[in-house]
Ligand binder design. Structure first.
Ligand code: XMP
Length: 517
């Protein structure tokens, strides 16, 4: 079956929730893509969507230069759902009237269902549903042919529909969790109006991806893949292995800034269990030599990035006739470039293997480019990746080097590695691992006085960092139970000689970042 036969097109007007719309649609088993708001008619035709969703956005449709969609959207012969800015745009383009800024609304609201049609078809007139509002402008007059199907205290047209065509608009956000029945609304729109069947599953994706990889790589082609031990590269490798077997060659670089047992874990899993051709390069000495004396975080990142490319290139030289390089690029990286957004500043440079393909003249294979992180995890499970790998917390490419503040030496790495192993163990033992985005130890370039037995000590300080987050963009410090804090602290100071003090980081992001460097 063609998983991509039923596609939904999402035009992105810059809302912070656009990716959430896409994830909800995918969760309902429907493939969708996010594209620029002004996608031309020819491209829309080529995409052949079963339905179009217009996202929200920060602009006012009344403002000069605010984004517009191609009017073809309304002639494409498919259902259209406008969300927030999307509704205002439908109103503006089809002849309604918008009141700018006069009725700002933010937060929970109650919508009374007036007609059980379209996205409201699972409700009954008179039902009251809780929704999340976040808008500055409001529709004052609907375009000809439209009627209200829902109203709130503040918005007479909280939900609107055309009387005869499948065009709908919401003033609120069905995609966020604060609209508890939002998924039911999207489901009704997709299954009733767009007439999809919900065939997008990771089981089906494997067959399709395997066929695509075989087509791209050909009968003879060989692929090299940099394994990091993280979820993305692990899943990409397993998928490629499924497609081309021994023509995949993985390379794992031990850069000396890995966590305890990481290398052994990767080898056990890929070589012993999955029989994936894997070459491990022990480059620890080389990385540490380059990092000697360096304290600047960005310099550390650059050195590790550069050295990785050099080591990887050398290691792949003796792999005969490899033409392809696999990368675990995910969908959010792909859409970064299509969204309607202002320029964002780089706080930290997060390039890990950037630069590899250009330098090595290899063609890229990116089998995960259509997937969100949660889909990659589901795919990993389908491919038999053990749960502890599938649900692994993110670990930065520059590794422990950016968790050893100040100079990176073998001795200091050893301290943070041992402290971190205790953190991992205790967080897992407390059943908190999956709830947390990340939990780890940081070694400060600070010594303080302590007492052990009757002896005065003057040793290093370690910080415990544990955060909750949805996507790493913002984060909150985790309210870890005191007994867990106590166990971690006691164990670190008892078991890691050289650390006599443990502090807990109670900063959220912003203004702090998750990592300390
Ligand atoms: P920050 O510290 O910027 O981190 O709040 C956000 C997320 O990104 C990870 N991170 C990195 N990942 N290379 C990576 O691959 C890096 O240089 C890097 N720096 C931070 C961090 O662990 C968190 O999940």
């Amino acid at each position: 079956m063609d998983l991509h036969a039923e596609k939904i097109l999402i035009l992105d007007f810059g809302s912070q929730y656009t990716q959430l719309i896409a994830r909800r649609v995918r969760e309902l088993g429907v493939y969708c893509e996010i594209h620029r708001p002004d996608l031309p008619a020819a491209d829309i035709r080529r995409f052949a969507p079963r339905g179009i969703i217009l996202s929200g956005g920060p602009a006012s449709v009344e403002a000069e230069g605010s984004p517009r969609c191609d009017p073809f959207v309304f002639d494409a012969g498919v259902p259209v759902l406008g969300i927030c800015y999307g509704l205002q745009l439908i109103s503006k383009l089809l002849g309604g009237r918008i009141d700018r800024g006069a009725h700002r609304e933010f937060g929970n609201a109650e919508v009374e269902v007036l007609a059980a049609r379209g996205p409201f078809s699972e409700f009954r007139p008179g039902d009251r549903v809780q929704v999340w509002m976040s808008h500055g402008d409001r529709v004052e007059e609907l375009p000809p042919g439209f009627e209200a199907i829902g109203r709130s205290g503040n918005s007479p047209f909280a939900a609107a529909a055309h009387q005869s065509k499948p065009f709908y608009g919401f003033q609120f956000h069905p995609e966020v969790v604060h609209t508890p029945q939002g998924k039911a609304m999207l489901r009704a729109f997709l299954f009733n109006d767009c007439k999809v069947t919900g065939s997008w599953t990771m089981k089906g994706f494997i067959d399709e991806a395997v066929a695509t990889i075989r087509r791209q790589v050909g009968e003879q082609g060989r692929v090299i893949c940099a394994l990091s031990g993280g979820v993305d590269s692990s899943v990409a490798a397993l998928l490629l292995h499924r497609a081309i077997g021994p023509r995949l060659q993985c390379i794992f670089v031990d850069n000396g800034v890995l966590r305890q047992g990481e290398r052994a874990q990767v080898e056990a899993l890929f070589v012993d269990r999955f029989h994936v051709p894997l070459k491990t390069v022990d480059a620890r000495a080389r990385f540490l030599e380059k990092l000697a004396g360096v304290t600047d975080p960005e310099k550390k990142r650059k050195i590790i990035g550069r050295e990785f490319i050099a080591v990887f290139e050398e290691a792949s030289r003796d792999i005969q006739d490899a033409e392809f390089l696999a990368q675990g690029t995910l969908y959010p990286d792909v859409i970064e470039s299509v969204s309607y957004k202002g320029p964002s500043v780089t706080i930290k440079s997060h390039h890990n293997v950037g630069g590899l393909p250009e330098q090595m003249k290899l063609k890229l294979v990116e089998p995960l480019r259509e997937l969100f992180k949660d889909e990659v995890r589901a795919l990993g499970r389908e491919l038999g990746l053990p749960e502890e790998m599938v649900s692994r917390q993110p670990f930065p490419g520059p590794g422990l080097a950016i968790r050893v503040l100040g100079e990176v030496t073998e001795a200091r790495l050893d301290l943070v590695r041992r402290a971190d192993a205790i953190v991992q163990e205790e967080i897992r033992a407390a059943g908190l691992y999956k709830e947390l985005w990340q939990a780890f130890a940081v070694l400060l370039p600070v010594q303080s006085v302590g007492v052990m037995g009757d002896e005065r000590t003057y040793e290093s300080t370690c910080v415990l960092r544990a955060v909750t987050s949805v996507d790493g963009m913002t984060a909150d410090w985790a309210r870890l139970p005191y007994p867990v804090l106590e166990r971690i602290s006691t164990r670190i100071t008892n078991e890691v000689r050289g650390i006599n003090r443990v502090a807990y980081d109670v900063s959220s992001k912003p203004p702090a970042t998750i990592e300390w460097e």
